[in-house]
Write a protein that binds this ligand. Sequence first.
Ligand code: MRU
Length: 339
Amino acid sequence: MRMIKWQNGTVITPDQTKLPLQEVTLEIKTVDQMAEAIKTLRVRGAPLLGAAAGFAVALAAYHSNAKTREKFLAELEAAGTVIKRQRPTAVNLFWGVDRVLSKARTVQGGVDKIRAEVIAEAEKIADEDAAQNRAIGKNGSILIKDGDTILTHCNAGELATVEYGTALGVIRTAWEEGKNIKVIADETRPLLQGARLTAYELRREGIPVTLITDNMAGWIMHKGLVNKVIVGADRIVQDAVVNKIGTFSVAVLAHEHGIPFYVAAPTSTFDLEHKASDVIIEERKPEEVTHICSCQIAPDGIDVFNPAFDITPLKYVSAIICESQVFYPKDFNKLKKRT
Ligand code: MRU
């Protein structure tokens, strides 16, 4: 199912903060509405953020009244700056803005020509992401065997992408190939993307899924109840994988128990000019920890630390699955050589 669509100057996408209890569709018409949707995680997940970023610049182009090329390009740049300010960690957000802006700059011609090309480029990003996720699914499914129980963290499913999902794309392909598999979904505190979104998506597909709280993962591994882990990524740098907070703990636990830990992501999530030490980890508001939904669970005024992501060194990663190939540890030095 398409998670984001362009419809005559409006971006159509589900409001992910309402799932799984309500299925609400957002109709985003302005850059500011898109910025708000990104900030509040109505639109979330690295590849989806890449597509949303492209469409945000397309919204600026579609609704602009600028008459000159210079003024028009300046408006698109300003839209890109607004979008990039919303979240610092998922590289796709920056990549999506930059890709559409650089297209805009290279178009020879006036405002109408640039506008048409900007919208086409944003749609191309979305189409490519959909195709890449299916390729990731195919490449990754060879790692999944009949009878596997696979633990996943956060939501790297179709909701986090334009279509099909990355980590859940691999699971989906294995399931479509007839493999008898089960999934264990970490709830993923504080914002519960595992409980709200992964559990919802897999149930809808009929793929067997069991929900656990994050602190159960170690015990479940110790009991031999899981034999593979697969997660998505928000940024893959030369020496590490950046993903939802809690991923690092899962990776260390998998390593301790000799369980393969796989990462599935499109190349739009690769940022091979940087290292782990360069990455800005988003810190979000304390209420996400002191409250569950709108219910307060901690004393008033308590100090809170709320990093939204963590960083897993490559030594814990058994393979990175992307649309073109599977990188195994023997290939990881190629990631560094790309710079
Ligand atoms: O804060 P979120 O919900 O945007 O974080 C999403 C994740 O961490 C996902 O695991 C990641 O983006 C991969 S999505 C294919």
